[in-house]
Design a binder for this molecule. Sequence first.
Ligand code: NAD
Length: 428
Amino acid sequence: MANGPAVAKAVTDQDEFNPFLSMAKLFDRAADLLGLDAGLREVLRRPDRELTVSLPTVMDDGSTKVFTGYRVQHNFLRGPCKGGIRFAPDVNLDEVRALAAWMTWKCSVVDIPFGGGKGGVICDPRELSQGELERITRRYTAAIMDILGPDRDVPAPDMNTNEQTMAWIMDTYSMHVRKTTTAVVTGKPISIGGSRGRREATGRGVMLSAREAMKKLGRRPEDTRVVVQGSGNVGGIGALLLHREGYKIISISDMYGTLLNENGLDMPQVLDHLTQNRRLEGYPEATYMNSKEQLELDCDLLVPAATENQITSANADRIKAKLIVEGANGPTTAAAQEILDERGVVVVPDILANAGGVTVSYFEWVQDRMGYFWTEEIVNTRLEQVMVKAFADVDATAEQHGVSLRTAAYILAIDRVASVHRMRGVFA
Ligand code: NAD
């Protein structure tokens, strides 16, 4: 376990694509505006703990392969670390560091009692069987066991991990501690302690954030053409819920290509097609095209909901949407945000817009600990209350400081964590 070298490095524009440095740049700007003292800035800027693990795994052909996994705990001042686990070939430590820090700020923005953590395993799930995925997941869980637990660190799904992955983690942890411990992960199947509404929660939060921003801008869903990048848990469900609210979804993509229909896509049909075919290609009621320029399509609302570093200094001046609601974590680089600010594009930042998932994860953790489960209606009503209040808090902070919603979200989040730090003091 060590603090990474990137933490101490000065942040320059050449570092645009390093998500941790991009996060640090945004952090520094907000810390300056808050007048945060140097010591506290140093504490909050760097991850508290980083664990890198080797995961020997027996493959289906009998060979043994060693995968690499990470778990980063950025900060636990406000409560146990909370954050997803992603499986992807290009996972790296700086990415996981950034995602862990964003979780600290996100939990603080929506004011739930968690700190921030994140994990990842370098692997390509498309090339792995279910059995291989299960063995990697269980080995990863055993390897990071010592820093997990309902009061320590509570993972959740992220890119390429799902309810099944969480079930394996919960089972592996429970076998080690000799009792069923449902609250060690969230995003589980409902039958083993999951929460109603969790699967849709991030997409629902994206829809609610868009609704609050639209009210502020005096716009109506019926007049709003939407482009959504990504059609997974966040993009697919976000697009479906926006469609139900009356927005016209003209384009949605996956990692292979983009659908475009200027008259609006029938989202339930698109998602049925995706479930059956595992990709958007072949959907009959739309043009299928290369994704290269999807973000630059003429639209009113853009929802990047795939991955980080999609809106950059290379394309920010060609984005036509006047409103961006970030479903993904870190889809806009710090350099791109400056260009969007100059152009007057309103961005509802990731740490606010996609916080619906972690909010219902919090509800799931509460329900697991109570052993008492809520109806979907209660979950959705409480989620709406949290998202509406968080949006109003960030908006008020933006007005107060005369800054963008992103800088305001950081100011609000850092201020809340800093005040807990002052109250708790430094353990020595
Ligand atoms: P997912 O694996 O369910 O879906 C990802 C989607 O993005 C897929 O449709 C994939 O094909 C597509 N994709 C990947 N690269 C792409 C590219 N370059 N262009 C277009 N499409 C691309 O993942 P998810 O859970 O929906 O997560 C998406 C983003 O949202 C990630 O940044 C994740 O960290 C963030 N997020 C997820 C949650 C959650 O609850 N799942 C919560 C908060 C934030």
